[in-house]
Design a protein around this ligand. Structure first.
Ligand code: ZN
Length: 275
């Protein structure tokens, strides 16, 4: 693999002098296939929900792949993991519907919440590689593994971040999981463009103006009832109206702004780290 190390040195030197930017901004894309990997049902919303709404509005095909079923995060002592997984699934479908993504475009990998790091890693990367080779996206969105430094996310987030970029790499080389070609006719595939959400401030290089879809993003956020008070402590399928108004205004206040506009921040890249 020496040639890849050498290539990596060349690319990293080139990368240092060339601020990578997309030829066509993501909010101007039309008719493309977009693949989004997210650790939990909601991270893609908080990190990129406005961008997803714009992509759907502009007639792109957006597919959402969710690593975990998010079946642990409740303080309700009467909740069960099975029930919470069902609730989180229907909330996610409603949230993505608000952003314009049909539920047929949502794929669940089904890992338990908080357990992604303890899943068998060869299986995890093989599954994600198959998804990349099957979907063959023009653009991939995922949680940021970091470029110069590892991004220290919380559990599930860090595993999803590293697993996805490892799958992007493996998808290029058919000898990784060769049975995907030999038995499933999945050709190797090189992902052309990637946008990583939850980047560090230092590595953010792209901002998407989401002013026009900010209300949709808040509407989508409001579908995640079980994540917030009062349902997170004692489950109920609806909001207390005052809590809903308060949560929406908190979400609006937390949304990053740049030059007076609501934005979503990304690290844009066209390849995985070679070194
Ligand atoms: Zn999460």
């Amino acid at each position: 693999m020496k040639q890849f190390v050498l290539l990596g040195i060349i690319l990293s030197v080139a990368g240092a002098v060339r601020a990578e930017q997309p030829k066509v901004a993501i909010d101007k894309l039309e008719g493309k296939t977009i693949l989004v990997f997210t650790p939990h049902p909601d991270d893609e919303l908080f990190g990129a929900g406005g961008t997803i709404a714009l992509l759907n509005r502009h007639h792109n095909r957006v597919l959402i792949v969710i690593y975990t079923n998010d079946n642990k995060g409740s303080y309700d002592l009467e909740m069960t993991s099975e029930r919470l997984a069902r609730i989180r699934k229907s909330e996610e479908e409603a949230a993505e519907a608000a952003l314009g993504t049909p539920k047929e475009n949502i794929e669940w990998m089904g890992y338990d919440d908080g357990m992604l790091e303890y899943a068998p890693q060869p299986k995890l990367v093989e599954e994600a590689t198959a998804i990349v080779r099957r979907v063959r996206p023009d653009v991939l969105l995922s949680i940021d593994p970091g470029e110069l430094y590892e991004r220290w996310h919380k559990t599930d987030h860090r595993m999803a971040a590293f697993n996805t970029i490892d799958a992007v790499r493996a998808a290029e080389f058919w000898l990784y999981f060769p049975n995907q070609l030999l038995e499933q006719q999945l050709q190797p595939f090189r992902v052309p463009e990637m946008y990583f959400f939850y980047p560090t401030q230092q590595e953010t290089n792209t901002w998407v103006n989401i002013d026009g879809v900010m209300d949709l993003k808040l509407e989508a956020g409001s579908k995640h009832v079980s994540q917030f008070e009062p349902a997170v402590h004692k489950y109920r399928p609806d909001w207390d109206p005052q809590e809903l108004a308060r949560t929406k205004s908190e979400m609006r206040a937390l949304q990053p702004k740049k030059d007076g506009h609501f934005v979503e921040a990304f690290r844009y890249a066209t390849g995985f780290n070679q070194m």
